[in-house]
Write a protein that binds this ligand. Structure first.
Ligand code: ATP
Ligand code: MG
Length: 331
């Protein structure tokens, strides 16, 4: 089975990305079912909204260092940058030509991100899911772990794969979604009804894995909760406290119901203090490794190997696709 996933270098990676994605990858990299494990930096996706050139370059390298610092092992995982394998963009175009505007306009992420744009909405924001489908289908990835927020895009990927296979003959493997049972969606600290996002303009809304430790503690202490002063898990009526419970549960590998029992007579201040300690315990060693890695040549070595491997697979697939569609010269 081939595993594939990516994260956009659209900011500093958050606790949400870590719990919902990277921490899962690290656990899964040793799973015997996977013969192949690929994790990339989705830089082409990042430019669907405006990015500063310098910041983007910095975030790309930083994300690779984070992957390694979190424990992805380059002897088991192929790590690469999406834009260095041009076949992603090539297949995305073919899939865009097989996607309907109506189905793209229905995507929640498109609607959410469109609402936030002040300087015009790029066509790329609309066709984002066709590029994501290309990322997956290019490698015949059969296992794609996605957080709740990307589930809709994965369903569209399946639709596009089936549509293409029906129209042009068997070409793509239809991928299965893999959603972690708990901690799949971490919410914003300032508005716990919205998901935590690294591109949120308000830095208090998210915890970055690279935030100063004292800032992390402050952000958790000032996380929006409610007035009821009882630690209980009720995402509907107590989204803030429920989110902190989820975070604590994921950082300590403890069941939410056990935590609810433990804190039933605690006040919010004590509870938040424990959440802050758990998050700091998880993040501090990652930061230490990150600082050792960020300026080391290991990053480029890992990326060169990852690119060569990805390119080899991608080239074969795109030739097959172009041939089926009738592009280029007769062979
Ligand atoms: P952006 O705001 O730029 O979209 P993001 O924080 O949503 O950034 P992505 O790069 O879109 O991050 O997603 C990377 C991975 O992290 C995906 O697998 C996604 O499902 C997961 N993810 C994103 N946000 C969360 C969250 N709040 N909780 C859990 N997982 C998340
Ligand atoms: Mg996102």
């Amino acid at each position: 089975m081939r595993f594939l996933s990516g994260i956009q270098p659209s900011g500093n990676i958050t606790l949400g990305n870590y719990i919902g994605a990277v921490k899962q990858f690290v656990k899964l990299q040793d799973h015997p079912d996977f013969t192949d494990f690929m994790v990339f930096v989705a830089d082409l996706h990042a430019i669907t909204v405006p990015q500063d050139r310098q910041a983007l370059k910095k975030n790309i390298r930083s994300l690779v260092a984070i992957y390694l610092a979190c424990g992805l092992d380059p002897s088991k995982v192929h790590i690469f940058i999406q834009s260095e394998v041009s076949e992603h963009a090539e297949l995305a175009w073919v899939l865009e030509c097989n996607s309907y505007i109506g189905e793209l306009e229905r995507m929640t992420q498109y609607k959410d991100k469109k609402a936030k744009q002040t300087e015009g909405v790029s066509a790329g924001l609309l066709t984002y899911p066709s590029l994501m489908a290309a990322d997956i289908l290019l490698y015949d990835a059969d296992c794609v772990p996605v957080g709740q927020d990307q589930k809709q895009h994965l369903e569209l990927t399946r639709t596009l794969a089936e549509r293409f296979n029906n129209k042009y003959g068997e070409t793509f493997v239809v991928p299965k979604p893999f959603i972690a049972p708990s901690g799949a969606k971490i919410m914003s600290l300032t508005d716990p009804t919205k998901k935590m996002s690294k591109s949120d303009p308000n830095p208090k809304a998210f915890i970055s894995l690279l935030d100063d430790i004292n800032i992390i503690r402050k952000k958790i202490k000032s996380a929006v909760t409610d007035l009821d002063a009882k630690v209980a898990f009720d995402p509907e009526n107590k989204p803030g406290i429920s989110n902190l419970l989820t975070i604590l549960s994921c950082c300590t590998d403890t069941k939410i119901e056990d935590l609810v029992k433990k804190y039933e007579n605690s006040n919010y201040a004590t509870f938040k203090e424990d959440v802050a300690n758990a998050v700091v315990n998880e993040i501090e060693p990652i930061q230490k490794k990150y600082n050792e890695l960020i300026n080391s040549p290991i990053i480029d070595e890992v990326l060169d190997q990852g690119r060569d491997y990805a390119k080899y697979l991608a080239r074969k697939k795109i030739s097959k696709v172009y041939n089926k569609v009738g592009l280029g010269r007769k062979r």
